[in-house]
Design a protein around this ligand. Sequence first.
Ligand code: CP3
Length: 352
Amino acid sequence: MTLTPELRNSRFFKACRQEPVDTTPVWIMRQAGRYLPEYMAVRSKVKFIELCKTPQLAAEVTLTAQRVLGVDAAILFADLLPILEPMGLNLEYAAGEGPVIHNPVKTAGEVDRVRELETVESLSYVYDAVRIIRRELPPNIPLIGFAGAPFTLASYVIEGGSSKNYIHTKTLMYTDPGAWRTLMQRLAGSLGRYLQAQVAAGCQVIQLFDSWAGCLSPADYREYVLPYTRQVIQSVPPEVPVINFLTGNPALLPLCRDAGGDVIGLDWRVDLKTGWAAVGPTRGVQGNLDPITLYADLPTIRRRANDVLLAAEGRPGHIFNLGHGVTPDVPHQNVKALVQMVHELGAGKTTA
Ligand code: CP3
């Protein structure tokens, strides 16, 4: 990947390299989502999966969110789960229910029907969207590509949807380590190629979402998850910054760092200063305002955003974000106001 000087010198890239910035860069996880009237207008005409598979529309949604929010990065409009379709899983986004997999892997013997993707051409609609977005984005705004981490995807493959206790996933992991390894290797190999193709098409940054890994103990994360997440991160070209994000369990932060990533995502369950100390000084951090803060009045949002910035102490390497994705019914004006507040209050300006 050859970076233009505009991108190399952007706030976002400087923060990824832990260099000083004029103000703290900010973007919002799930920024192109249902809270945004412009998204709902597009979404009212097509189903979610069609939106993902129509590059022109996916690109429009990504570009609009970046422009109306004034954020320092755009994120590809796609989803964690469509990669599972060519791997042999039958995915549906059922209205009001979230994603459902109709043929989940319920026993160790069934792992063999999950195919590793030796090529990732079947996801060409994603790379087509990336090419359109990169062409249209302002030259100093990086495009973040992403994928689910192997554990989070394995939990969908096995549970067939979201889960409270991950009973089937953990039972397979605890009782049949060989089948678990096979599944995680197939996911990790496929994900590595998928991310390489996103980068080849024009993404400059990668975020890995391990949204459900917080349900694991540190010992289980280390043994059953970390090697595969590491494999995926190592398959990303070394010049591309990786944001490694997991949520729900700050005790996993040192292991998340060991799995890799230039920037480690923090959720709000840990104070940013404490979280950064757990990650150590060699990496940047991203986060970590509680997304529910966005339902409050503007002075409250401002005070709490400033608390996050104060906890970062103006140290180079902080990317401001929520601690998890923005919720679908939050007032969109508050999200826009938050971005402005961070730019006003961020590092390099007022930190007191
Ligand atoms: O950040 C962005 O704006 C880019 C797009 C993006 C989506 N999903 C679009 C989406 C990203 C990065 C994701 C990631 C994702 N997808 C995660 C990780 C999220 C995190 O914060 O940890 C997960 C677990 C999924 C799987 C998924 N997709 C779920 C559970 C759901 C339904 C739940 C819900 O929010 O309704 C989706 C659907 C989905 N993905 C929507 C969007 C905008 C809503 C679909 C709609 O328009 O109806």
